[in-house]
Design a binder for this molecule. Structure first.
Ligand code: ADP
Length: 191
């Protein structure tokens, strides 16, 4: 399976990505997690990415694309993968098409989690208290939401036109949402 998990900040992508990846026996690849790991290790990539992340902006496409390309090339991703947080721009969509097409495979489904805007803010403020992520302050949360609406929401239409979009209600308990995602993906033919 080659899957994408999409949704606005706070939709629960990271939480659900782990369950979905385990279910299909594929790695969950989270660009946000990879960036954060690099930031905490102080690598050159982390130093570069931190400036953008702290401001709620996207890391430049060239940086993100190369990082994903290298990760997808690793052996554990050859049977498939679940991408969490990538692609986020139209340029990243094109880049990913190239990466997957090169291997002769195709994208099987794009799951988008839908959550009420008020609920999203509540979840992120809650996470700010429990996880202490540097980008979970009110101003930065607002900026991440704007950037998502401007740059990432249009991707939903792109994948809908391709007929691979799966919309899943992301409201409610974590395990209810997981069940909805599994039910929706069980009818998707695996390539
Ligand atoms: P969120 O929970 O807000 O969706 P993530 O943990 O997925 O955030 O990502 C955190 C930050 O990492 C983003 O705000 C952005 O700066 C950077 N980032 C993650 N994925 C990408 C991407 N595909 N393109 C550009 N920047 C990215």
């Amino acid at each position: 399976m080659r899957l994408i998990l999409m949704g606005p900040p706070g939709a629960g992508k990271g939480t659900q990505a782990r369950f979905v990846a385990e279910h299909f026996g594929i790695p969950a690849i989270s660009t946000g997690d990879i960036f954060r790991a690099n930031v905490s290790q102080g690598t050159p990539l982390g130093v570069e990415a931190k400036r953008f992340m702290d401001a709620g902006e996207y890391v430049p496409d060239e940086v993100t694309n190369l990082m994903v390309r290298n990760r997808i090339d690793e052996a554990d991703a050859s049977p498939g993968f679940l991408l969490d947080g990538y692609p986020r721009t139209l340029a990243q969509v094109t880049e990913l098409d190239g990466m997957i097409g090169f291997t002769g495979h195709q994208l099987d489904a794009v799951v988008v989690l839908t959550v009420d805007p008020e609920e999203l803010v509540q979840r992120l403020l809650q996470r700010a208290q429990t996880d202490g992520r540097a980008d979970d302050t009110e101003d930065v949360i607002r900026r991440r939401q704007e950037v998502y609406a401007e740059q990432t929401e249009p991707l939903i239409g792109v994948y809908r036109e391709r007929g691979i979009l799966v919309e899943v209600d992301g409201m409610g308990e974590v395990d209810e949402v997981t069940t909805r995602i599994f039910d929706a993906l069980d009818v998707v033919p695996q390539s």
